[in-house]
Design a protein. Sequence first.
Length: 263
Amino acid sequence: ADKWTYNGPEGEHHWSRHYPFCGGAFQSPIDIQTDLLRFDPTLRPIELHDYNLSANEHLTLGNNGHSVQLSLPSRMFLSSPPHRYSAAQLHFHWGSTSTPTGSEHLVNGKRFAAEMHIVHFNSDKYANVSMAVDKSDGLAVLGVLVEVGEFNPAFDQFLKFINGIKYRNQRVKVPGFNIRSLLPARLDEYYRYDGSLTTPPCYPSVLWTLFRSPIQISPKQFLSLASAVYSSRAQESNSVPMNGNYRRPQLADHRVVLVSFQE
Ligand SMILES: NS(=O)(=O)c1c(F)c(F)c(S(=O)(=O)CCO)c(N[C@H]2CCCc3ccccc32)c1F
Ligand SMILES: [Zn+2]
């Protein structure tokens, strides 16, 4: 089983002992300094295909001990020329009820309440995400910053089932819904850089797309996400709440962050 946590003796400063890439180059997340960006006119709006899943389609909502994740069918894909990337799963990073700042990427040093990642793999070249995960051109992850504000009906499509996955390895089936509704309106405005998985094994295999606009969820929805789940198993005596499941920003070391907009 993966022996890593976000705090304590197996926390992020120790990851590189068992997972060498975590101490390597091209690590994510980063703090995006907007005065160091380079506008790239070739960065087209992100095109999403088959994101509108029917309610007859059943997705698996699971607690993997590190995050809350929702499985996605590989017929869902995004095209960001020249490649097509098929969906694999989406998951979240958040802080805690007492400190509601738990995004992974920062913008000018600002940490947001939470962050959603939709993990895709390069299906032009690889059969599945496990084959793609350690290849430099293997993954494309869409990142969405989350703020606390207005109620978000799309979030409730899975959040209402979260009490079924309170403990590690628990999973429930949820009806499909329009995954596009979880994303911000502007898919043409985003930051783009080459990075890595933000969890062990930290493979530098991710083409990161972080949308400029955050989405909003209500205080009640944030509370539910940040306080419903545990990283410990159901029968374990001392339960460990899952919170603060975000990696701190890594050195950008001369990586250029491209941007698709000019103000
Ligand atoms: N922030 S992140 O880098 O996007 C990111 C996470 F933070 C995260 F927790 C996960 S995990 O939930 O699988 C927990 C441990 O990897 C993933 N999984 C990816 C990469 C690992 C292998 C794999 C296999 C199938 C589907 C997804 C994934 C992840 F990519
Ligand atoms: Zn993630």
